[in-house]
Design a protein around this ligand. Structure first.
Ligand SMILES: C[S@@+](CC[C@H](N)C(=O)[O-])C[C@H]1O[C@@H](n2cnc3c(N)ncnc32)[C@H](O)[C@@H]1O
Length: 371
């Protein structure tokens, strides 16, 4: 949604808005598309009563070009779903430490959310992100039984969010997290860091990228979190800017995220900003997706052989392992990995189901692995 034409009505001063970068469009699309799918599924679950999206660093509601921030896109999604699910409560928790941004956000909200719904509430805060995270640790108004929550943490750099505070929220509560790991800031500035970055990683001295990734994964895979998937955003020159890390307690969440990834990025292994020239491709998007799936499947087969060599495993074990560790999504696993491996004689379908064409309920014996 673009509100550029409404800026004077909203009393918005463009100079204090953030200039949107090329990659930001994709980040907003990726996150809000996942929220749409997650919110629909949550609304259809009998045991879920409250559906909450928390944006700890939400910005002003609009960027300088008039495009809306993620929080506003999520609000529009919530309005639509809340209208169809009057029996569920929807909450949008929005925070930013910048007073002006919150002021503009309020004007944008008044415009976009003009007809208030009984079952959709917006809660606004104007705190430092780390104070805000502290307030979430023991917040029984937001988390708990019957509540489906996604927490979004999207800083401009690496040296702002104290990662152990995110860990505390996850240790005490059941939720999913989308965290923007600003790897370029880390890599560029870690050498000369005095305290800015160090204070975000519990005072540790971590100097290389592999170790920082390992650290973040360890800090986020706590409490009920079982699965983690991270997606890289790169500059035109192929330099990594950041990784959007997603963690979830549920295999369904991971499956849905992968579907969204293929929808938004056509299954590309990472997002890379484009040249202004916009080169022509010989392939259509569908051809490209097919080629990519086949490429990922080659690696997936090797990984499967290595991980489960000689073992008997269920379909769901194979599925979860590949969704978490490769770019493949659930709908591609039988077609591109299981069936070809059976044909190649490196996987045996054990036929433990009544219907021999049922692949999902069966078990498999994995062949030997040769390096
Ligand atoms: C990358 S922008 C967020 C974009 C937004 N999440 C979206 O997807 O449209 C980062 C935001 O963090 C805010 N911010 C920076 N430091 C902060 C802090 N210490 N506490 C809270 N907010 C902070 C900035 O004001 C800015 O609006």
């Amino acid at each position: 949604m673009n509100l550029y034409d409404k800026f004077s009505e909203l009393n918005i001063d463009i100079a204090s808005l953030t200039v949107k970068k090329q990659q930001t469009d994709y980040k907003i699309k990726y996150v809000s598309e996942y929220i749409r799918v997650w919110a629909i599924i949550s609304a259809e679950r009998k045991e879920v009563k409250d559906i909450s999206f928390i944006d700890c660093m939400c910005n002003a509601g609009v960027y300088a070009d008039g495009d809306c921030c993620t929080a506003i896109e999520v609000l529009r999604i919530f309005i639509e779903i809340a209208n169809n699910h009057k029996e569920k409560n929807f909450h949008l928790y929005l925070n930013d430490f910048d007073y002006d941004k919150i002021k503009f956000l309020n004007s944008v909200l008044n415009l976009v959310y003009d007809v208030e719904l009984e079952n959709l509430k917006i809660h606004i805060d104007n705190k430092d992100v780390n104070v805000y995270l502290d307030s979430l640790v023991k917040n029984s108004n937001i988390f708990g039984m019957g509540r489906s929550v996604v927490l979004y943490i999207d800083p401009f750099d690496f040296g702002t969010v104290i990662i152990p505070k995110v860990t505390e929220v996850l240790k005490k509560n059941y939720c999913e997290v989308i965290f923007n790991f600003f790897s370029s800031d880390y890599s560029r500035n870690i050498r000369n860091d005095k305290e800015r970055i160090k204070k975000c990683i519990g005072g540790l001295s971590i100097k290389n990228k592999e170790e920082i990734i390992e650290y973040i994964q360890k800090q986020l895979k706590v409490g009920s979190i079982k699965y983690l998937f991270s997606y890289e955003f790169k500059t035109r020159k192929n330099v990594e800017l950041y990784q959007i890390i997603f963690v979830t307690p549920s295999s369904k969440g991971l499956e849905k995220l992968k579907d969204v990834l293929w929808k938004v990025f056509d299954g590309k292994e990472f997002h890379r900003n484009e040249d202004e020239t916009g080169q022509l491709s010989f392939f259509t998007t569908e051809d490209e997706k097919e080629l990519r799936a086949k490429e990922y499947a080659t690696e997936a087969k090797r990984m499967l052989l290595k991980k489960y060599s000689g073992e008997k495993v269920s379909y769901s074990t194979i599925e979860i392992y590949l969704i978490e560790n490769t770019m493949l999504r659930e709908g591609q696993i039988i077609k591109y990995v299981i069936k070809p491996m059976i044909d190649e004689g490196i996987l045996t379908k054990n036929g433990e189901t009544r219907n021999s064409s049922n692949y999902k309920k069966d078990t498999y014996t994995v062949g030997g692995f040769n390096e």
